[in-house]
Write a protein that binds this ligand. Structure first.
Ligand code: XIL
Length: 297
C-alpha cells in the first residue's frame, strides 16, 4: 500500500505531523513518522519561551533535536512560532511598548538566524485575532497595531529563504467574523507589500465545530490573494472519517493548498487525547480516518 506522504507527494504536496522532543525516545511514534510523514512541526520546542528563556540567552537544543531527526529522515520542517500571546518568555511580561516591540524583533532575529536556510516555513505570528474579527488583546497588540507587519518585515530580512506564514484557529468557516478579519489583514498586507507568503489554518475541529461546507471557499479565497495555504494542526473530535475526508478534499481542490499537518500522530500524542482526534490509535494502528485521508489525497 501507499503512505500519506507518497500520496501527498503525487500532487506536489506534503503530509506533516507535530512532535515533541519526548517522542524521540518513542519507537512506535518514530516508526510511523518515518513511514508516513515528510514534514514536521515541533509541538512546543520552537516557541518563544523555549528558544529564548531569558533575554538574549537562546536555547536551541530541544528544537535542534527534532530538526536533526526530521532532516535525517528526509523531512522538511515548519517552524512554529515566533510571536504569540501564549508561551512567551517570562521576561516579556515585564516589558511593554517599544521595549517589548524591540524584544520581539530581537527574538525573531535570534531564532531565525539560528535556523537560517533550514526551514520550509515559519509561523511568524500565531493567533493574533479575536473571535469577533478584531485584533486579540495581548501585550504584543498593545505595542501598536503594526506589530504583525513589523514581525513579518523583520522575518523576511532575517531569512529570505523561508516562507513566512500567519497561523490561526477558527478561520476555517468563510462567513465567520474571525476568518474575515484575518482575510482583510492578508489582503491589506499584499496590497502594501508587507512580506507574507502563506496562511496556516490550524483546523482544530472540536465537539461543537465541524468541517464547514465552505471550507474550500475559505482556502481558495485566501489563495486568490497570492499566498499559499496549509492545514497546520489538524485534529477532529473522534477522528470523524467524513470530516477528515472533507478537509483533505478541500485542500486537494485548491492548487495553492500545499499540505496538511496533523497535531500529533496517535491519539496518545494529542493535546486533546481524550477526544481521540488523530489518524492512528494508541496501539499505532491506522483508524478509519486514515483511509479516508489516504483515499482523498
Ligand atoms: C499546544 C501544545 O500541543 C501543548 O503541548 C501546549 O501545552 C500548548 O500548545 N494552537 C497552536 C499550538 O498553535 O501551538 C498549540 O499547541 C495548540 C493550539
Amino acid at each position: 500500500g501507499t503512505t500519506l506522504k507518497a500520496a501527498a507527494e503525487r500532487s506536489g504536496r506534503y503530509f506533516g505531523a507535530a512532535m515533541g522532543r519526548d517522542r524521540l525516545n518513542d519507537q512506535g511514534f518514530l516508526t510511523i513518522a518515518n513511514r508516513e510523514f515528510d514534514m514536521m512541526t515541533a509541538v512546543n520546542e520552537m516557541k518563544p519561551d523555549a528558544t529564548e528563556p531569558s533575554r538574549g540567552q537562546f536555547s536551541f537544543a530541544a528544537g535542534d533535536a527534532i530538526y536533526n531527526w526530521a532532516v535525517q529522515h528526509g523531512m522538511r520542517l515548519r517552524g512554529h512560532t515566533l510571536a504569540w500571546h501564549a508561551q512567551q518568555p517570562r521576561f516579556w511580561s515585564s516589558l511593554s511598548g517599544s521595549a517589548l516591540r524591540q524584544a520581539m524583533i530581537d527574538h525573531i532575529n535570534g531564532v531565525m538566524a539560528h535556523y537560517k536556510g533550514k526551514l520550509a516555513y515559519w509561523d511568524v505570528v500565531n493567533e493574533a485575532f479575536a473571535e469577533n474579527g478584531s485584533r486579540r488583546n495581548s501585550n504584543l497588540q498593545a505595542t501598536g497595531n503594526d506589530w504583525i507587519e513589523a514581525a513579518f518585515r523583520a522575518a523576511r530580512a532575517a531569512d529570505p529563504s523561508v516562507k513566512l506564514c500567519y497561523n490561526d484557529y477558527n478561520i476555517e468557516n468563510w462567513t465567520y467574523a474571525k476568518t474575515q478579519g484575518v482575510y482583510n489583514m492578508i489582503r491589506d498586507f499584499k496590497s502594501r507589500g508587507v512580506p507574507i507568503d502563506c496562511v496556516g489554518l490550524q483546523t482544530h475541529f472540536t465537539g461543537g465545530s465541524s468541517l464547514p461546507g465552505n471550507f474550500q471557499t475559505t482556502l481558495s479565497s485566501f489563495a486568490a490573494l497570492g499566498v499559499d495555504v496549509a492545514l497546520t494542526e489538524a485534529d477532529v473530535t473522534n477522528a470523524s472519517a467524513s470530516q477528515y475526508q472533507g478537509l483533505t478534499q478541500a485542500c486537494m481542490n485548491v492548487p495553492r493548498c500545499v499540505g496538511i499537518t496533523t497535531w500529533g500522530i496517535r491519539d496518545s500524542d494529542s493535546w486533546r487525547g481524550s477526544e481521540n482526534p488523530l489518524l492512528f490509535d494508541r496501539n499505532s494502528n491506522p483508524k478509519a480516518a486514515y483511509s479516508a485521508v489516504l483515499n482523498a489525497l
